[in-house]
Design a protein around this ligand. Structure first.
Ligand code: TF8
Length: 338
């Protein structure tokens, strides 16, 4: 009787251990992960990084510690990418658009009006095409774990309401350090100026540039409403973020450690998309409340801009390769039933 009871207790203890993820074989060493990002702590990006850190610490029973460092304190996206490649920093999350200099296929996501809605974005990014593009990073010293949502981008400026293309003439518009964005906005008539995000607020404040484009969430969390009066709803492109790891460091991790990071990146992706969409749904009203003047484009003007912007498609296609371009168009066509 006693032996039986002890056996049952022991079996229960083992299964509890296994259920908690700390199976006997789990190979987890003490690790410090410096995880950098560009927005501030009180942003959708900051909240998701915080969740990621909690998940990793929990799943590793406190052995793997994530030091989340926001507000570009470790550098701009481009600087952090280099630190990851060199092994001086372990992880980051940032815009895919700033990775194009490293992996040209990332330019696929810069295609204006590629996705009609977030459902299409999620399906393509999380499906075989998104994975294929993400895996291209590996040759360059980076491991991609998940796409998070930055979101559909909209135009703001301090000069005038943009109700038609011609209103952009001569507006000094900050764009990301990416040729598709540069070409797109030049094509629309703006004076497009590439700048890292970390320099954007002060560039707007000092009027070094007149405008910028980012999702509502970022316009809100980065307080651009303090230095930008006009917002034009343009939704001209869906911009993903991507969680990346230094491959140099990743290759030294055990399978268990890698799995903890990959699982946490995906769990925080799901949280982040939901959080971003909830915040985004209220953001316009919030921005109005902060004093921004918001306008939509008439269907005719939106169509004119769209026609102009899709002129960059040919150069995106040649950059990313015709096969990948066609595969993406086919996939979207299937989803749209066209
Ligand atoms: C941009 C991007 C940024 C992100 C962020 C720093 O405009 O949208 O918000 O790259 O990770 O630069």
């Amino acid at each position: 009787m006693h032996i039986l009871r002890r056996t049952i207790l022991a079996a229960a203890a083992v299964s509890a251990l296994l259920a908690s993820g700390a199976g006997f074989a789990a190979d987890i060493k003490p690790r410090l992960i410096r995880f950098g990002y560009g927005l501030n702590e009180a942003s959708n990006q900051g909240r998701a990084v915080k969740l990621f850190a909690e998940q990793v610490e929990k799943a590793s029973q406190g052995k793997m510690k994530v030091r989340a460092i926001g507000a570009a304190a470790l550098g701009s996206d481009v600087q952090m990418q280099q630190a990851l490649i060199g092994g001086a920093q372990e992880m980051m999350v940032g815009s895919t658009a700033t990775l194009v200099g490293i992996t040209k296929e990332m330019a696929l996501w810069d295609t204006p009006f590629l996705f009609n809605n977030t459902k299409e974005a999620d399906a393509v990014l999380d499906g075989p095409i998104g994975t294929k593009v993400m895996n291209k990073l590996q040759d360059k010293g980076l491991v991609g774990l998940a796409y998070w949502e930055n979101g559909f981008r909209n135009l703001t400026n301090s000069k005038r309401p943009v109700t038609k293309m011609e209103d952009l003439d001569g507006i000094k518009l900050r764009v990301m350090q990416n040729n598709v964005y540069l070409d797109s906005f030049k094509m629309l008539g703006a004076n497009a100026i590439p700048l890292p995000f970390s320099e954007l607020f002060s560039a707007l404040e000092t009027r070094t540039v007149d405008g910028q484009e980012n999702p509502y969430n970022t316009i809100l969390s980065s307080k651009f409403y303090e230095v930008q009066k006009y917002l034009t709803i343009s939704n001209h492109v869906y911009s993903p973020w991507i969680v990346t790891v230094s491959k140099k460091w990743w290759d030294g991790l055990s399978k268990d450690e890698q799995k903890i990071l990959a699982d946490a990146a995906r769990a925080s992706r799901d949280f982040e998309r939901k959080d971003t969409r909830e915040e985004g749904a209220k953001a316009l009203a919030d921005l109005k409340g902060k004093g921004m003047q918001i306008n939509e484009l008439s269907p005719a003007e939106a169509g004119r801009m769209r026609d102009k912007l899709t002129k960059v498609n040919a150069s995106v296609a040649s950059n990313v390769g015709m096969d990948l371009w066609k595969e993406t168009q086919d996939e979207l066509g299937k989803m749209r039933g066209t």
